[in-house]
Design a protein around this ligand. Structure first.
Ligand code: ADP
Ligand code: MG
Length: 295
């Protein structure tokens, strides 16, 4: 491979909105046959909005929203931003939080107005030995069936309500995925979100339901990449979040959304500057073309 042609390749990449860490990245880009896509912020906009708040029997809806927003104030997760915005729109004044703590891939916890509170995946509440009860269980599955993302809040040992947020698929995602397919690549969807929400997004963008992996803890995103590699696949991972960084570093090719976190960008070989997923197939086409002119 002539270094000059590789340099030209990386230069052309920059014009297309692709930042390439080094010329050698083009070689792994060319070989990729499998593309694992993070859902939130990669295939979807990651700008979630609050759709619904359901209070447990005997609880007050505004109080559920007020405490939830207070807890989420310290989190940068898109779910957190949606809940805080929802409370602000409702004119609620946020309560004080002490001992805020984020539990990676599960939710957040802290002491709000003197109440030990937790919000996030149902699993986080069961870790706290908090039972949802039949009403909230029903509300949870109803919300999931719409393809949205419900989270549960509890305090003082009791489940208090469900807050449902939803996201929108980026206008360019379906086209990006069909272009990846045209290049002979198999797209996968990988997310910490629930299976119904993941399947809804997959259907919208044209990813096979068999290639959807949901309810994945951040640490297990790496295992998914390794498993596919173990099957002989050459894997590209596309992600934006802190929770994607390890998988981005493990993949044969890590592609970060330029709109994502610095941690994801640092862990990646390649950055899609404008956060447009269509640039992922562009990168692969560029690598193939650059290297075929060399050989
Ligand atoms: P993704 O892979 O889609 O980026 P994450 O790993 O960030 O998802 O989160 C997985 C799940 O953990 C979310 O769908 C949500 O249920 C829960 N979760 C994570 N962070 C928060 C938070 N700040 N507040 C409430 N729930 C959260
Ligand atoms: Mg993400």
């Amino acid at each position: 491979a002539t270094p000059t042609a590789l340099m030209v390749g990386t230069g052309r990449g920059a014009q297309l909105g692709i930042l390439i860490k080094g010329p050698e990245v083009l070689e792994s880009t060319r070989k990729v046959d499998t593309v694992v896509l993070d859902k939130t912020g990669t295939v979807t906009t990651g700008e979630m909005s609050l759709r619904d708040v359901v209070a447990a029997p005997g609880e007050d809806r505004d109080e559920v929203l007020r405490l939830a927003a207070a807890l989420e104030h310290g989190s940068e997760h898109p779910i957190a931003r949606a809940i805080v915005a929802g409370a602000t729109e409702s004119g609620l004044e946020l309560a004080r939080v002490e001992g805020f703590e984020s539990v990676d891939g599960l939710g957040v916890q802290g002491v709000v107005d003197g109440h030990a509170a937790v919000i996030g995946r149902p699993k986080l509440l069961s870790d706290w030995s908090i039972d949802l009860g039949p009403e909230l269980e029903a509300a949870l599955s109803a919300a999931r069936n719409t393809g949205a993302t419900p989270v549960v809040i509890g305090w003082d040992g009791k489940a208090r309500g469900i807050l449902t947020v939803s996201d929108t698929v980026k206008a360019t995602s379906a086209q990006a995925i069909s272009r990846l397919r045209e290049l002979g690549l198999t797209p996968w969807l990988l997310t910490g979100d629930n299976a119904e929400a993941a399947r809804t997004v997959a259907a919208e963008v044209g990813i096979d339901p068999d290639n959807v992996i949901a309810d994945v803890m951040p640490a297990d995103k790496v295992s998914v990449v390794q498993r596919l590699q173990g099957e002989g696949k050459v894997v590209a991972m596309v992600g934006d979040g802190v929770n994607d960084a390890a998988a981005l570093a493990t993949a044969d090719l890590g592609m970060a959304m330029g709109t994502g976190t610095d941690v994801a960008i640092e862990a990646s070989d390649l950055t899609l500057v404008r956060g447009d997923l269509r640039v992922a197939p562009d990168a692969i086409r560029l690598a193939r073309r650059t290297l075929s002119t060399i050989k």
